[in-house]
Design a protein around this ligand. Structure first.
Ligand code: HPA
Ligand code: ZN
Length: 336
C-alpha cells in the first residue's frame, strides 16, 4: 500500500533493539548444533525451530519471555556467532529503511557463562562496521546491565578492564538497564549510573514497561537518564508527562513487544495519542524482533493501523527519533 511505502521510506532510527533478541529460532538451532550446545530436553518448545516459534506466540509476561531469551543466548559462543547475529539484524533493519541503529547487548548474560566480553564486542563491532560500509547504517553500541542480578555484579562488570577499555575507545558509548523490572527499582543502580556519568557515557534505562510510572520518576531522579526505554506507563502521570516533554527526554516505545508481553491488550492501548498531544518525544522500535514477530517497519505499520497518524505526525515522530539519537549533529543533519 502507498502508506506502507511511505513508512518504509521514512528515515528511521532504531533506539531499542536487543541484539540477543534478534536471534531467530533458525539461527539459534544452527549455532547450537555448530557449538554442540544441548537445548533443554524437557521443554517441547525446543523440539524444532517451528515449535519454538509457536511457543513465542504464547508469552504471558516479561519474565516468561526472558527465560527463553536467556536460553537462546546459550548458543552464542564465538565472535563469529555474535557477528552473524548482529548482521542478520542489520540486514532486516536496512530492508525496513533504518538509517541509524543504537543497539543493546547484555554483557553479564555472556560473561556469566564464560564467554568473554571481548568475544562478544569483537563480533558485534565487526557487524557494525560492515553495516556502515555495506548498508550505510550508522550504529552505536550500548551495554545493558541486568537488574535481576545483584548490584555488585553490575559494578564488577562495569569495572572489568575490557569493559572500561571499550568505553575509553568509544566502541561502546552508553549504558542501559534491562531484564525483569518489577521489584527491581532503578535507584538500586544509582552508583553504577553515577560512575558511568563520570566516564561521560550516554545513559538510558528500561522503565515503565511492566513496572509502574514511579519507576520512571525514580530513573530520571536517581540515574540521571537522558532517555527512557519503553516508558508507556508515563501516561499514568500527566504532571511527569509534562516534565518529560519539556525536558525533551525521548521514549523508545516498542508497541508489538508491549502486546506480546501483555503489558497492553492491543497497540491501540499504547498511549501514542497522549504522547503526541503532550509533546512527548518518542521513537518506535522492535525490542526483540525475532521473539516478538516483528521488525521496526512492522511496528510502524501496527502503530499506523491502531492510531492512524497523519503524514505530518509521522514526520514529527521521525524527526524526534533523529534529534533524540546519540549520533553526531553532522549525521543528524544528513538524516533530517
Ligand atoms: N525488557 C526488559 N529486558 C529485556 C527486554 C525488555 O523488553 N528485552 C530484552 N531484555
Ligand atoms: Zn527492551
Amino acid at each position: 500500500s502507498p502508506l506502507h511505502d511511505f513508512l518504509k521510506r521514512l528515515p528511521k532510527c532504531e533506539h531499542h533493539i536487543h541484539l540477543e533478541g534478534a536471534l531467530s529460532p533458525a539461527l539459534l538451532f544452527k549455532l547450537a548444533k555448530q557449538n554442540s550446545i544441548t537445548l533443554p530436553q524437557g521443554d517441547p518448545a525446543f523440539a524444532s525451530p517451528d515449535a519454538l516459534l509457536s511457543r513465542y506466540k504464547d508469552f504471558t509476561s516479561l519474565d516468561d519471555f526472558l527465560q527463553y531469551y536467556y536460553i537462546g543466548m546459550s548458543a552464542l559462543i564465538h565472535s563469529a556467532d555474535f557477528e552473524a547475529l548482529a548482521w542478520d539484524y542489520f540486514q532486516h533493519a536496512s530492508a525496513d529503511g533504518v538509517h541509524h541503529a543504537e543497539v543493546f547487548f547484555d554483557p553479564q548474560a555472556h560473561v556469566s557463562r564464560d564467554v568473554s566480553y571481548a568475544t562478544v564486542v569483537t563480533g558485534f563491532q565487526a557487524a557494525c562496521e560492515r553495516a556502515e560500509k555495506e548498508l550505510g547504517i550508522t550504529t552505536i553500541l550500548t551495554a545493558c546491565y541486568l537488574r535481576h542480578l545483584p548490584v555488585a555484579d553490575s559494578l564488577a562488570m562495569f569495572h572489568h578492564p575490557d569493559v572500561q577499555e571499550s568505553y575509553q575507545n568509544g566502541t561502546v558509548k552508553g549504558i542501559g538497564l534491562d531484564s525483569s523490572e518489577l521489584n527491581f527499582p532503578p535507584n538500586l543502580f544509582k552508583e553504577l549510573y553515577g560512575k558511568a556519568s563520570e566516564r561521560g557515557l550516554r545513559l538510558t534505562s528500561h522503565a515503565g514497561e511492566e513496572g509502574p510510572v514511579e519507576y520512571i520518576r525514580d530513573a530520571l531522579d536517581n540515574l540521571g537518564i537522558e532517555r527512557i526505554d519503553h516508558g508507556i506507563r508515563l501516561a499514568d502521570d500527566p504532571e511527569l508527562m509534562k516534565e518529560v516533554a519539556e525536558r525533551q527526554i525521548m521514549l523508545s516505545v516498542c508497541p508489538i513487544s508491549n502486546v506480546v508481553l501483555r503489558c497492553v491488550k492491543s497497540v491501540k492501548e499504547v498511549p501514542i495519542r497522549k504522547f503526541l498531544a503532550a509533546g512527548v518525544r518518542f521513537s518506535i522500535n522492535s525490542d526483540d524482533p525475532a521473539y516478538f514477530g516483528g521488525y521496526i517497519l512492522d511496528n510502524y505499520c501496527a502503530v499506523h493501523e491502531a492510531h492512524d497518524l497523519s503524514i505530518k505526525e509521522w514526520e514529527t515522530v521521525c524527526r524526534a527519533g533523529i534529534e533524540g539519537s546519540w549520533c553526531s549533529d553532522k549525521r543528524k543533519g544528513e538524516m533530517l
